[in-house]
Design a protein around this ligand. Structure first.
Ligand code: SAM
Length: 231
């Protein structure tokens, strides 16, 4: 199971620590002169500030009705318009090509196989205007962290235990209340290979949201790619 609806309960608390990515995605959206799309929009944590900053509704896709409901309620509270759609990112289809498609908080890692990711990247490439950008972030697998945390109950945020399945490059997050979420990590070359097969070009790979250079010690991939102007 990749995303368990039970994980939507308490998602706000779960994601409350993640704030440093917002300015990064807002910055990209400010530079986009056209439709902006968030894949796996969740509760609108990023899409709402993006819509507020750009003055245009963000198209937000998510496969979870419970998460979309939270996004709707939060957008209402903030008085901002989001164009929320219940859809699977693997089947992304837009009426009008986008200037920016982005996918924060490692949500591409919910796709379990390389084939699913390839399909998603191909759909992204087909849904961008020439010159349009695709941005996402994902953690780099760190065996030090894995050795420290595998099977250890953690109290912070909502109490949970993380289990690593190295053979399947998978992490299962199991909350004490039974909600589960699984992520399949990818290497830098897998991400670059996905760009390659989808016909996208790398614009930048950062090691963090402040635009730090990506180094051998970076633990987060922050990618910005582009659909070429001429193909
Ligand atoms: C970690 S949350 C990220 C939410 C939001 N983007 C954020 O930054 O807070 C992951 C989200 O991915 C969504 N999701 C998982 N698989 C998906 C898929 N195949 N298509 C669309 N959404 C998906 C889940 O429903 C969930 O809302």
């Amino acid at each position: 199971m990749t995303w368990d609806e039970a994980f939507a309960v308490g998602y706000e608390e779960w994601s409350a620590h993640m704030i440093e990515d917002v300015a990064f995605y807002v910055g990209l959206a400010r530079e986009a002169a056209g439709p902006v799309v968030e894949l796996a929009v969740g509760n609108g944590r990023v899409a709402i500030p993006v819509a507020l900053a750009t003055g245009q509704p963000v198209i937000g896709l998510d496969s979870s009705p419970a998460m979309l409901e939270q996004a709707r309620a939060r957008a209402d509270t903030e008085g901002v318009e989001l164009d929320l759609r219940e859809a699977d990112m693997r089947d992304l289809r837009l009426d009008e090509p986008a200037e920016l498609i982005y996918c924060p908080f490692r949500a591409l890692l919910h796709l379990a196989t390389w084939a699913e990711r390839r399909r998603t990247f191909e759909r992204v490439a087909a849904s961008l205007r020439p010159g349009g950008r695709f941005a996402w972030n994902a953690f780099a697998f760190d065996h030090h962290i894995a050795a420290r945390t595998d099977g250890v109950r953690q109290d912070e945020r909502q109490p949970h235990t993380i289990r690593y399945s190295v053979g399947d490059n998978r992490i299962d997050i199991i909350r004490d209340d039974g909600a589960r979420s699984s992520l399949w990590w990818a290497t830098k070359n897998e991400w670059l290979g996905l760009l390659d097969v989808a016909g996208l070009e790398l614009e930048a790979l950062y090691g963090g949201f402040a635009g730090e250079p990506f180094t051998e010690n970076s633990t987060e991939y922050v990618f910005v790619a582009r659909r070429p102007l001429i193909q």
